[in-house]
Design a protein around this ligand. Structure first.
Ligand code: NOJ
Length: 462
C-alpha cells in the first residue's frame, strides 16, 4: 500500500491550459512563435485560448476540490513573468499567479510549481537561447524572481520539465518549438547549459526563498521493461535503460545524460565516449553546479518497450506483441513501465521519487447521456497506479503520483487531438465535464489506493 502521506495530484503546464490575456504585459515564448499563422507543425492549433484557465481558474480549482484532488503540479510561464526573459518583471503576471496559488490553497490544494515547461522566452531565443552560455545566469535570475514572489505560498518547486523533450524535440528533431535541427555539437552544448541552468536555479531558489522549500527536477524517458522477471532479463533491461545508444536518431532521448550529472555528479561514461568529438567544455565547477543536492526527483512516465537477455547475454530489443493496447496517439499502454521505471530510478539514484506525470490520451467524446465515459482510461490508470504500488511495496521511496492531466489541453505537435484530461473540455463553450475517470480517481484518492482493483478484498479472495 502507499504510505499514509502519499501525495495524490493532477498535473498541467501553463502554455497547455492557460491561454492569453492580450495587453497583460506578457512576452512571447518560442511556442507562441511556433504556432503563429497556420501552425502546420501543431495541426493548425495554438495555445492562444486553450482552456482559458487564466480567466477560469477560480471555477477550475473549485472543481478540483469537488473532485477531491489535494495537490496540483502546474507551471508558470517564464515570458509571462519576464517578458524579455531577463530584466523587467511583469507585475501583472506575478499578481495573477499569486492569486491562482492563493485560490488553489483556499480550495485545499497544495501547489507544486514547475519553473520551466518548455516556454523559452522568444527574446532569449533570438540571442542564442539555450546555446548561449548566459542562459545559466538568465535562468538563475528567473529562479530568484520565482523564489522571491512565490515561496511564501509554495513549498515544492521543480526546475525543468523533461529536458529530453525540449532539447531533443526542440533542437534535434525540430518537431517542437523552436523547430530547429541543429548539429550534435550544438545540442550537446544546449543540454549542458540546461543542466547548468538547473543547478543555478536550485541554488537561487534556496537562496532567495522566504522559508525552507523543497526542490526537484522532472526528467522523462521511455522505460526498458524486462520481458520476464529472470535476473538476466532484469539486468539486460536495466543496462539498456541506463545506457546511451549510438544509433538513436534523437540522442537526447535517454535517462542518464540528463539524470546522472544531476544526481550522481558525472556524465555517463558511454555517452562521453560516443560524443567525445562534439562535447562542450565540461569543468569540475560545472559538475558541482549541476549536481546541487535535490529533495526529490520527478519522473514523467508513460510507456516502454521490452528487452530480454539474448543467448550471448547481450540485451535484445523485442517488438511489441501484436495487439498491444494503445492510447489515441498510438503510444503503447504497458503498465509494467511504471513499476520498472520507478524501481530502476530508485535503485540507481536513491532519492525520493514523485511520478510527476502519467496518464492516457483517449478518443473522448460526450455521450448521448451528456456524460464522458472513459473506461479505457480508468483501466489504464488502475493498472499503472497498481504497478507503481508494487514498486513502493518493494521498497522504492515513492512519495506521490500526479495524473496528467486535469483538463484536456493543448498537446503540443498533436494540437488539441490528444485528450489527456480527466475533465473534458468543450473548446467551443469552455464547458468542463468531469469524465468517469475523474470520479474513479476521487475514490482512489479518498481510499489512498485501497480501491484499486488489485487491493480489493473480493479480488484477492478469488
Ligand atoms: C509530457 C509533457 O511534460 C506534457 O507537456 C505532455 O502533455 C505530456 N507528457 C503528454 O504528452
Amino acid at each position: 500500500m502507499f504510505r499514509e502521506d502519499f501525495v495524490w495530484g493532477v498535473a498541467s503546464s501553463s502554455y497547455q491550459v492557460e491561454g492569453k490575456d492580450p495587453g497583460d504585459g506578457s512576452g512571447k515564448s518560442v511556442w507562441d512563435t511556433f504556432t503563429e499563422g497556420d501552425a502546420p507543425k501543431t495541426r493548425g492549433h495554438n495555445g492562444n485560448v486553450s482552456c482559458d484557465h487564466i480567466h477560469r481558474y477560480k471555477e477550475d480549482f473549485a472543481l478540483m476540490k469537488e473532485l477531491g484532488i489535494p495537490s496540483y503540479r502546474f507551471s508558470v510561464s517564464w515570458p509571462k513573468i519576464m517578458p524579455e526573459g531577463r530584466g523587467k518583471v511583469n507585475e501583472k503576471a506575478i499578481a495573477t499567479y499569486r492569486d491562482m496559488i492563493i485560490t488553489m490553497k483556499e480550495n485545499g490544494i497544495t501547489p507544486y510549481l514547475t519553473m520551466f515547461h518548455w516556454e523559452t522566452p522568444q527574446a532569449l531565443e533570438d540571442v542564442g537561447g539555450w546555446k548561449n552560455p548566459e542562459i545559466v545566469t538568465w535562468f538563475e535570475e528567473y529562479a530568484r524572481v520565482i523564489a522571491e514572489n512565490f515561496s511564501d505560498l509554495v513549498e515544492y518547486f521543480l526546475t525543468i520539465n523533461e529536458p529530453q523533450c525540449f532539447v531533443g524535440l526542440g533542437y534535434v528533431t525540430g518537431v517542437h518549438a523552436p523547430g530547429k535541427q541543429l548539429p550534435l555539437k550544438d545540442t550537446l552544448l544546449i543540454a549542458h547549459n540546461a543542466l547548468k541552468a538547473h543547478g543555478a536555479a536550485v541554488k537561487a531558489l534556496r537562496k532567495y526563498a522566504l522559508r525552507p522549500i523543497k526542490v526537484g527536477y522532472a526528467p522523462t524517458c521511455t522505460v526498458a521493461i524486462p520481458e520476464t522477471e529472470s535476473p538476466e532479463d532484469i539486468q539486460a533491461a536495466k543496462d539498456v535503460y541506463f545506457s546511451i545508444s549510438k544509433d538513436n536518431p534523437n540522442w537526447a532521448w535517454n535517462v542518464t545524460w540528463f539524470s546522472d550529472p544531476v544526481l550522481l555528479g558525472k556524465y555517463p561514461a558511454d555517452g562521453l565516449e560516443i560524443f567525445k568529438n562534439d562535447l562542450p567544455e565540461i569543468t569540475d565547477e560545472d559538475m558541482e553546479l549541476i549536481s546541487q543536492p535535490l529533495d526529490f526527483i520527478g519522473q514523467n512516465i508513460y510507456n516502454g518497450y521490452y528487452i530480454r537477455a539474448g543467448i550471448d547475454g547481450k540485451p535484445e530489443h523485442l517488438p511489441l506483441p501484436v495487439g498491444t493496447p494503445e492510447n489515441s496517439m498510438g503510444w503503447p499502454s504497458l503498465e509494467e513501465c511504471l513499476y520498472w521505471g520507478a524501481k530502476f530510478a530508485y535503485d540507481r539514484y536513491q532519492i525520493p521519487i514523485y511520478i510527476t506525470e502519467n496518464g492516457m490520451a483517449c478518443h473522448d467524446a460526450v455521450f448521448l447521456d451528456g456524460k464522458v465515459h472513459d473506461p479505457n482510461r480508468i483501466d489504464f490508470l488502475d493498472r499503472y497506479i497498481s504497478a507503481l504500488q508494487r514498486a513502493a511495496d518493494e521498497g522504492a521511496d515513492i512519495r506521490g503520483y500526479f495524473l496528467w492531466s486535469f483538463l484536456d489541453n493543448f498537446e503540443w505537435d498533436f494540437g488539441y487531438h490528444g485528450r489527456f484530461g480527466i475533465v473534458y473540455v468543450d473548446y467551443k463553450t469552455q464547458k468542463r465535464i468531469p469524465k468517469d475517470s475523474a470520479y474513479w480517481y476521487k475514490e482512489i484518492i479518498a481510499s489512498n489506493g485501497a480501491k484499486l482493483y488489485r487491493n480489493r478484498k473480493e479480488v484477492n479472495e478469488k
